[in-house]
Design a protein around this ligand. Structure first.
Ligand SMILES: Cc1cc2nc3c(=O)[nH]c(=O)nc-3n(C[C@H](O)[C@H](O)[C@H](O)COP(=O)(O)OP(=O)(O)OC[C@H]3O[C@@H](n4cnc5c(N)ncnc54)[C@H](O)[C@@H]3O)c2cc1C
Length: 490
């Protein structure tokens, strides 16, 4: 490998999804010169952001949903030590280093996130992106959602030209491999490779890591999620570009890890489909069985947007990481049920359960007895498909808590479901100003992070907050990088 001459800018942004685009634009607005490096070729720029509808947990362009901070608090980590978390009541500057560096959904970071969400959307509005209340594929919904008109792709397509007009240099097909530090411990650049494995070094007064999680890296997935990671796949093409170099390089430098490294955002998808996000959210109106033909979970414990992730993790835990939604003609009583199935592949259909079992290669006798036991546990009652109706099975283990009606009207149908990996949860601990902390709770001078690189999720993903997290902390990180370039930060 030949190392080329060192190119430099005030701020080096790594990754060109929403986090990197927001960082680059805000750094430029702060007067900094900016280079953005993006692994993908230009035609595929934008990472995960390119493929998402980008639902936002906002009740208006100005305000986050009412449950926003409460959801993060309810999924703040494992069994957190009250002896440490009691310090969160003190001013942030007084927190001991072990608390600042603690891997948990830090309430200071969450509060900064919630406070900046509205202003960030308004800022993006000034850059040609409009937002509206969104209709979603969830037939039962626990919180409102907004979305950019045209989804994530519209954000990508609006912001890259803004960067070009503002004079940001974008290096496509350029992959950051490592960070460069000076003797004082400041981050002063990156090492990268361009296409053809040409090595280059880019110098900067600060570096913003906005290069996504590690859902595209089988080695890191196996290391952190375990061997069953083999049964997952990114939910869309953009995820294959996110291979974790940003997280790995910062950890090598001594950054504090945060976010649940053993977990990821799970979404139920049809494995037969090759389109982006072929999600299946209709299973509350049928039953789920595994390869043995047995049920393994409550298919309808509550509103689907709040429960699908936990159910998808149970599908992942089944033999082969696969389950099958079994349903019958009764689904036609569910208004618009097809919006809850985004696969481009038709359901597998048969006139009898036995024929359906044969088509799915499931043991027919077991499937028949599973359906018979389920049907026998259903009780008469009023079926109201667009809100949890309490129409529950009686005496069945596991129960089905809502929408439980016998499956006895042919044709019988099935959709196979696996867990997709939308993004990984493991990342870096940051301050409310997007500074990356070291494992002693001190900011690493010159190093910022935004988007999936920032570890904030534990347990159940607080839905529709990842694009927002990228935009919010990207904008903050860019502004901080520019301030540093102006000499206002050490
Ligand atoms: C189909 C789908 C649906 C989703 N739905 C929603 C939703 O409704 N709401 C929501 O909030 N979130 C949703 N998400 C998640 C959300 O889209 C992402 O988490 C978010 O867009 C991440 O933004 P980011 O900028 O951090 O990462 P990305 O958008 O993935 O951008 C990272 C960029 O970094 C580049 N890169 C990676 N490694 C390197 C490297 N070493 N050097 C240089 N460049 C590198 C990649 O090529 C990529 O362009 C969805 C995701 C998908 C795929």
């Amino acid at each position: 490998m030949v190392t080329e001459g060192v190119e430099s800018a005030d701020v080096i942004v790594v990754g060109g999804g929403i986090a990197g685009l927001a960082a680059a634009l805000s750094a430029r607005e702060g007067g900094a010169s900016v280079i953005l490096v993006e692994r993908a070729p230009e035609a595929e720029r934008g990472g995960n952001t390119r493929y998402t509808e980008a639902f936002l947990r906002m009740k208006s362009v100005a305000e986050v949903a009412d449950d926003f901070e409460a959801r993060f608090a309810a999924n703040a980590g494992g069994h957190l030590d009250p002896g440490l978390t009691r310090h969160c009541a003190d001013p942030y500057a007084d927190w001991p280093g072990i608390v600042r560096a603690l891997g948990f959904a830090d309430p200071e970071v969450v509060a900064a996130f919630a406070a900046a969400a509205g202003p960030t959307l308004q800022w993006l509005g000034g850059h040609g992106i409009s937002f509206d209340l969104a209709s979603t594929p969830f037939l039962t919904l626990s919180a409102p959602r907004m979305a950019p008109v045209g989804g994530g792709l519209a954000m990508v397509e609006a912001l890259y030209p803004r960067l070009a007009a503002a004079g940001v240099q974008v290096h496509y097909q350029t992959t950051m491999q490592d960070l460069v530090q000076d003797e004082a411990g400041r981050v002063v650049g990156i090492r990268a490779v361009a296409s053809g494995h040409r090595a280059l070094v880019l110098g900067g007064r600060s570096v913003v890591l906005a290069c996504g999680g590690f859902q595209g890296n089988p080695e890191m997935l196996a290391r952190y999620l375990g061997p069953r990671a083999l049964l997952l796949r990114p939910v869309a093409r953009g995820g294959y570009y996110n291979k974790g170099e940003g997280i790995a390089a910062a950890l090598r430098l001594g950054a504090a890890p945060a976010g649940d490294f053993g977990s990821y955002h799970a979404e139920p998808v049809d494995p037969r489909s090759g389109i982006a996000e072929p999600a299946v959210f209709a299973f509350p109106y049928g039953i789920l069985v595994n390869r043995a033909g047995r049920r393994f979970c409550d298919e309808a414990p509550g509103r689907v947007d709040a429960t699908y992730e936990a159910i998808t993790r149970m599908i992942w835990a089944q033999p082969g990481g696969i389950g099958y939604m079994i349903f019958d003609a009764g689904i036609e009583d569910v208004p618009r049920w097809r919006v809850a199935v985004r696969s481009d592949q038709p359901p597998i259909q048969a006139a009898s359960l036995g024929a359906l079992a044969a088509a799915l290669e499931l043991p027919a006798e077991t499937l028949a007895s599973t359906v018979a036991a389920y049907n026998a546990a259903c009780r008469p009652g009023t079926f109201t498909p667009l809100a949890p109706d309490g129409l529950a099975t009686v005496g069945l283990d596991p129960p089905k808590s809502n929408f439980a009606r016998p499956l006895d009207s042919p044709p019988f149908r099935a959709l196979p479901i696996i867990s997709a990996n939308v993004f990984t949860f493991g990342g870096l601990k940051v301050t409310p100003r997007a500074e990356v902390l070291n494992s002693d709770g001190d900011a690493i001078p010159g190093l910022y992070a935004a988007g999936e690189v920032v570890g904030l999720y534990y347990g159940t993903y607080t839905g529709s907050t990842s694009v927002l997290k990228g935009a919010v902390f990207g904008r903050i990180a860019g502004a901080e990088g520019a301030r540093r370039a102006r000499g206002n930060r050490p």
